[in-house]
Design a protein around this ligand. Structure first.
Ligand code: HXC
Ligand code: NAP
Length: 275
């Protein structure tokens, strides 16, 4: 079920927008007739996302796909230049590219820590920094996709917890710096969203883990792509005109609990734990 807001003639860029939660957001904006740019690393993901959005195109949306790795500052800049040439200034920017895996800190290599910080945090800086010149001023809405680990520490998530905490401080800092130009910057913090890569990898690799994860959500259900997309549609719209610098959980109340991967609750050893 999606809220109905007209995004006709609005340009929405979704970085990391070719799969999962971010693709759900891209699809929702396309259904509201936006001009949507999706960007990610892999050509096959970009092609598949653009093809999947083809049906929505018939409803008046326009779709453009770009290949860019958020770790490559110049490639991100080129992606914006290309998309803005096609669809004009950016009205809504969603920055959601991320990578993750479970690993105990003492077993994590320096490069393993660095790769997640590079994608999630440095990559977000690249996306927002390169977007700034192309954002509609005043009026643009920037939405970062963060995670509960940014404020609820989670075992085996040293890299992602540190990176997403940085992402949220980037949100708050740029809300301060860019507010005078009429740009709003907010973070959405999704809870366990069923059917996504992050959920499968981190919270529900087995049926037992899945059942445990459900017990950690006060509303007693997993989230859907629409749950997150609805919040993004709202934050991108004039109805959210006075919301900036906010970190908004969309998690069924899950962040109120201490988030634990099931293997910890079951007394099993952490992945990659030494000794
Ligand atoms: C330990 C690992 C590892 C693992 C990789 N590494 N996987 N270490 N356990 N499972 C280490 C490698 O050994 C290497 O270090 C370093 O990380 C880089 O690995 P690469 O495979 O070369 O990196 P790359 O190809 O750039 O891939 C990045 C990635 C990958 C993050 C490792 O998983 C990826 O691209 N993921 C994107 C999709 C994804 O993860 N989506 C979920 C997002 S969910 P060495 O030292 O050997 O060189 C999310 C939050 C969900 O973010 C929150 C839910 C509550
Ligand atoms: P996903 O399907 O793996 O989505 C990640 C997206 O980012 C993909 O489109 C991927 O495409 C892209 N990406 C990865 N590395 C990139 C890079 N270096 N440069 C550019 N694009 C890159 O994961 P998801 O589970 O839906 O998660 C989406 C977002 O929600 C993430 O920010 C995640 O932290 C957050 N989140 C998810 C959950 C959950 O339950 N799933 C919970 C909390 C927060 P390519 O592989 O083609 O690059």
């Amino acid at each position: 079920m999606q809220i109905d807001l007209d995004y006709a003639d609005r340009h929405v860029v979704v970085f990391g927008g070719t799969t999962g939660i971010n693709f759900g957001i891209a699809q929702a904006f396309a259904r509201q007739r936006a001009r949507v740019t999706v960007a990610s690393r892999r050509q096959e993901n970009v092609d598949a996302a653009v093809a999947a959005l083809a049906a929505v195109r018939e409803a008046g949306a326009e779709v453009h796909g770009v290949v860019a790795d958020v770790r490559d500052f110049d490639a991100v800049g080129a992606a914006f230049a290309q998309s803005v040439q096609r669809f004009g200034p950016v009205d809504v920017l969603v920055s959601g590219a991320a990578g993750n895996f479970l690993c105990a800190a003492q077993a994590m290599s320096s490069n393993g820590f660095k790769v997640v910080v590079d994608i999630d945090l440095v990559g977000s800086f690249h996306v927002l920094r390169q977007a700034h010149a192309h954002l509609r001023k005043p009026g643009a809405s920037v939405i970062q996709i963060t995670a509960p680990q940014s404020f609820v520490p989670m075992r085996y998530q040293a890299h992602a917890s540190a990176a997403k905490a940085g992402v949220d401080q980037l949100t708050r800092t740029l809300a301060l710096e860019w507010g005078g130009e009429g740009i709003r910057v907010n973070s959405i913090s999704p809870g366990p969203i069923d059917g996504t890569e992050g959920f499968r990898k981190l919270m529900a690799p087995t049926a037992e883990d899945r059942a445990f994860a459900l017990g950690q959500v006060p509303l007693q259900r997993f989230g859907s792509l629409d749950d997150i997309a609805n919040l993004a549609l709202f934050l991108g719209s004039p109805y959210a005109a006075y919301i900036s610098g906010a970190l908004i959980p969309c998690d069924g109340g899950g962040a109120l609990e201490s988030v634990k991967p099931a293997l910890e609750a079951a007394g099993r050893r952490g992945p990659g734990a030494a000794g």
